[in-house]
Design a protein around this ligand. Structure first.
Ligand SMILES: Nc1ncnc2c1ncn2[C@@H]1O[C@H](COP(=O)(O)OP(=O)(O)OP(=O)(O)O)[C@@H](O)[C@H]1O
Length: 276
């Protein structure tokens, strides 16, 4: 592994409830270098909250503590809203499941791809457009100029997800968090988008946290895997060894891996007696 971009030690997240604080992420420690680290686990195991905490995107109700949360030279725990927003516009990027909810239907694609440049750089309009067209080309969209001038409604799901990736990469972030980035796409498109993310991660020297419920997919595209259950990390292993995982929990997740028939559904939550 290369020098870590992100280091998290002892992350705890809890929410207030009538019965007192409910702890949902417990003592999670992880590092991410220039590599793809997958976080897998059953529904509700704390994957998304962990990813959101890294980007400072949890609601104010969440109580977040950690003994260390650093991204490059930045101590994330000292950032105010302005600091987070600068970091999210340049150092880190988030890709969500469905471009339908992330792209604004009222604005042309070009404007949305350029947004981070508009907010976080002083580049003139002509250069912003050039960089946007270049990035649309890099993510494999044919006829970038036409896509640039289109509205999101004119795009297919796979094209929309490529536009999202272009918008997120335009400022060359060092860390991407992709939360179920392909679950809204069919199997063939999933592979295309993950192949693209993998090659861009390598080309730009980025780190990628891939949050996924699809262990088979993770075994093909990630370098390392962190397995979570009920807010805790239960196993860490190279992605290539997922099929031979030691813990019965991970083996259970592997056995329950989505097939064409279950595509789009979530992983089952295992009952208490499932051995960890
Ligand atoms: N705002 C909130 N208030 C209280 N509890 C929450 C809140 N957001 C999430 N949780 C709880 O925290 C736990 C972890 O949620 P999280 O979304 O991280 O799970 P996940 O592993 O990403 O699951 P999935 O695969 O279903 O997306 C869940 O039990 C969830 O109900």
């Amino acid at each position: 592994m290369t020098e870590p971009l992100l280091s998290i030690d002892n992350l705890h997240i809890s929410f207030p409830s009538d019965a007192g604080p409910v702890s949902v992420v417990k003592s999670v420690s992880l590092t991410v270098g220039q590599e793809i680290v997958a976080i897998v686990g059953e529904s509700g195991s704390g994957k998304s909250l962990t990813g959101r905490a890294v980007m400072g995107l949890l609601t104010r109700r969440a109580d977040v503590t950690a003994t260390r949360m650093t991204f490059q030279d930045t101590d994330l725990q000292t950032l105010n809203e302005a600091g987070w927003s600068r970091l999210r516009g340049s150092g880190m990027g988030l890709i969500l499941q469905d471009p339908k909810f992330s792209l604004n239907p009222a604005h042309r694609v070009g404007r949305q791809v350029e947004e981070a440049l508009l907010l976080h750089t002083r580049l003139p309009a002509r250069e912003r457009k050039e960089r946007a067209l270049d990035m649309l080309d890099k993510v494999g969209l044919p006829d970038p100029l036409r896509v640039y001038s289109s509205y999101p409604a004119a795009l297919s799901g796979g094209m929309g997800q490529r536009v999202m990736i272009a918008a997120m990469l335009i400022n060359r972030p060092k860390l991407i968090i992709a939360d179920e980035p392909t679950s809204a796409l069919d199997r063939g498109l999933q592979d295309q988008v993950l192949t693209l993310l993998r090659s861009l991660t390598e080309e730009f020297g980025m780190g990628l946290i891939l949050i996924s419920h699809d262990l088979q997919q993770v075994s093909r595209y990630a370098d390392r895997v962190i397995v979570m259950r009920r807010g805790e990390i239960v196993e860490r292993l190279p992605a290539s060894e997922l099929a031979q995982a030691k813990s019965a929990y991970t083996r259970g997740l592997w056995a329950a891996r989505p097939s064409a028939a279950t595509h789009g559904t979530r992983l089952p939550v295992f009952e208490e007696e499932t051995p960890a």
